[in-house]
Write a protein that binds this ligand. Sequence first.
Ligand SMILES: [Zn+2]
Length: 261
Amino acid sequence: MGCLLMEGKMLLVDVHAHLDIFGGEEEVAAAVERAAATGVKAIVTAGVDAASNRKALEMRQRFPIVKAALGLYPAEAAKLAEAEINGELDFIRSNRNKIAAIGEIGLDYMEAKDETDKEKQQKLFETQLGLAKQIGKPVIVHSRQAEKEVVETLIRCGCKAVVLHAFHGSLSLAKSAANSGFFITIPTNIGRSSQFRAIAKALPLSRLLTETDSPFLAAMKEQKSEPADVAAAIRAIAEIKGLDAGETANVVFANYQRLFA
Ligand SMILES: [Zn+2]
């Protein structure tokens, strides 16, 4: 007969969320509280531009389990003048003692209207990879229709501490990223994503992390994901790998600690 004891609280982590656009102050506070009650020990909320970078720092100040990642999203490359970019990077550098990572950064060719935009994105991406190295922080990387370019750039730059978030590249590319020591996140929408089921199956647990991209990537379409939902991602990974959920959570949490230490 199976054990009737309730599964204890798992050690959980959400390495990628956007709490600044989750909702009003009380809504965010309630979601963070639900996450903590579920066992989430850390939520890394990411900025994408000047305004959200400041909000990420505010969130970190308000909630002990919230960590801040600051960065400029690829689309910012076409929007900002060089002086504005440099100003924001100086701001990030000056807050290095308060941040857990540089992100959300990367390449997004869907957002690029021409080659010039792509070049600007590439330059912004590489500059931020340099900054991360300089201040000794991991990077949280977005890629869309540019997965190969992103992985190649990271390898070429000699980046070691890397989280590939919502990665939609091929399985062989995911494997080569893992072989380079990068981590790949499994989001809460894994149940309706053959891509993430395939990644969870193919990559060793030692290369996986969990994220919600909250409020995006929910388990159910049209719904809002929240940090507490990482528990579902852990259960899905455990099921795919034939492991115990608590054990899976412990390994993923240890991955987080190793990377963000
Ligand atoms: Zn994101």
